[in-house]
Design a protein around this ligand. Structure first.
Ligand SMILES: [Zn+2]
Length: 317
């Protein structure tokens, strides 16, 4: 019989051959308003492989994500997009190039976006690529995004998620929740029951909620559902993982900001309120940009004429 020390040595030797992957790995994104942010990525270990939740925008982020399966010697079996925004999905192509059998788990919202919001962006991008004055670095970024939009199967799943419920991915049980008309027309958020983890994409986001493709009522419903769910750690779409206490503070700040936008208060007052309520969810260097964006969303989006707002809230009623 082996002595305990020998047993430990044997276990260490085994672990040196095949390091046991962490149950989840957090790959933080970056907020860079100049060149566009990367969303956070979470890589879940499953018995039959890895499940990658969101893939970032830039090649450096996708590469950091791809280093993990290589390190632990397991394939990527599924890519989950919490939503189609390009800072969460552009890396899809890099992953599918190496793991072509991986399943894409997403809502059908990208399909609508390709003929709506993204179609407008594509025309602007085409013009910038045609302009000889566009700097080379910008050109590379634009071309990378265009390549994703031209590769529909990398963004739009053949079998989209149409309702909430438990799923087995790679042999691990997860709960996939669908939030209609929230940050986009169809957002997914995940519960990982065996870790008491919630991965929620941009339904919770630093430094402020992005309302460009959002419906504030559907979003508020999604936040209430997240608040009711069982979890102890929440990973937002951008920014650091949150405790329940931090989430509650963010949730309250969201509610007060939207209430302010629907009141007669000035956009400046609503922005100042967000800056105060959400202190700590943005850095001091981001404060002015956060104030500017918070004013913009009140004046130009949340108070836009009803027909414009209905573009995102139309099926919520
Ligand atoms: Zn994002």
């Amino acid at each position: 019989m082996l002595k305990p020390v020998a047993l430990i040595a044997a276990a260490l030797a085994l672990s040196a051959v095949a390091p046991r992957p962490a149950a989840h790995v957090f790959q933080p994104g970056h907020i860079d308003l100049e060149r566009g942010p990367d969303g956070n990525t979470v890589i879940l270990d499953a018995p039959q492989g890895l499940v990658v939740v969101d893939t970032g925008r830039h090649p450096e982020h996708a590469q950091a994500v791809l280093d993990h399966p290589r390190k632990v010697g397991k394939p990527v079996v599924a890519v989950v997009n919490t939503h189609w925004h390009l800072d969460h999905s552009t890396g899809n192509r890099d992953l599918f190039a190496i793991y072509p059998k991986a399943r894409l788990i997403a809502s059908d919202a990208a399909s609508g976006a390709l003929s709506g919001f993204l179609a407008k962006g594509r025309e602007a991008a085409r013009q910038r690529l045609a302009d000889p004055k566009t700097p080379a670095a910008d050109r590379a970024r634009i071309a990378r995004a265009q390549a994703l939009l031209d590769d529909r199967p990398a963004l739009v799943p053949a079998d989209p998620v149409v309702q909430s419920g438990p799923v087995m991915l790679g042999g691990r049980r997860l709960v996939v929740n669908l939030a209609r008309n929230a940050a986009t027309e169809g957002d997914l958020w995940l519960l990982v029951p065996d870790e008491q983890l919630a991965v929620v994409g941009d339904l919770v986001v630093a430094p402020l909620p992005f309302f460009d493709t959002a419906c504030e009522e559907g979003w508020a419903e999604a936040l209430n559902a997240i608040a009711r769910a069982r979890w102890t750690t929440l990973i937002p779409g951008h920014g650091a993982p949150m405790s329940r206490k931090a989430f509650n503070r963010w949730h309250k700040a969201y509610t007060r900001y939207v209430d302010c936008a629907h009141s007669s208060a000035t956009p400046q007052a609503c922005a100042a309120q967000w800056q105060a309520d959400a202190a700590g969810f943005y850095t001091p260097a981001e404060r002015d940009d956060v104030g500017m964006m918070a004013r913009y969303y009140v004046a130009e989006v949340l108070r836009a004429p009803a027909d414009k707002r209905m573009a995102y809230c139309r099926t919520a009623a």
